[in-house]
Design a protein. Structure first.
Length: 95
């Protein structure tokens, strides 16, 4: 049985995701003077910048906002932004 790189790809992505999430939570905890909404907007802006190469490469094949899923994508974006702002606010308010 041969073990390849692909078998560890999922677990390594999960590990990196949790590492970045923990470090961002620790950073938010110590940023008392910055608004949680500002931090959330900056986070979404950097995620948008990192997703642009993939999105632009797939633009010729398919639309990034298909009509049948457009309302779902907008709702998911709004609820995700509210979730992050409230979570960051809770981190700052707690001790």
């Amino acid at each position: 049985m041969e073990i390849s790189f692909k078998s560890f790809l999922g677990i390594s992505v999960c590990f990196l995701s949790s590492l970045f999430m923990c470090s961002s939570n620790a950073l938010v905890k110590h940023l008392k003077t910055t608004s949680p909404v500002t931090i959330s907007c900056l986070r979404f802006f950097y995620i948008w910048l990192m997703a642009q190469p993939i999105s632009l490469s797939r633009l010729k094949k398919e639309s990034p906002f298909p009509k049948e899923k457009r309302l779902l994508l907008i709702t998911r974006g709004i609820l995700g932004a509210i979730n992050n702002a409230v979570k960051y606010w809770a981190f700052q308010v707690s001790t």
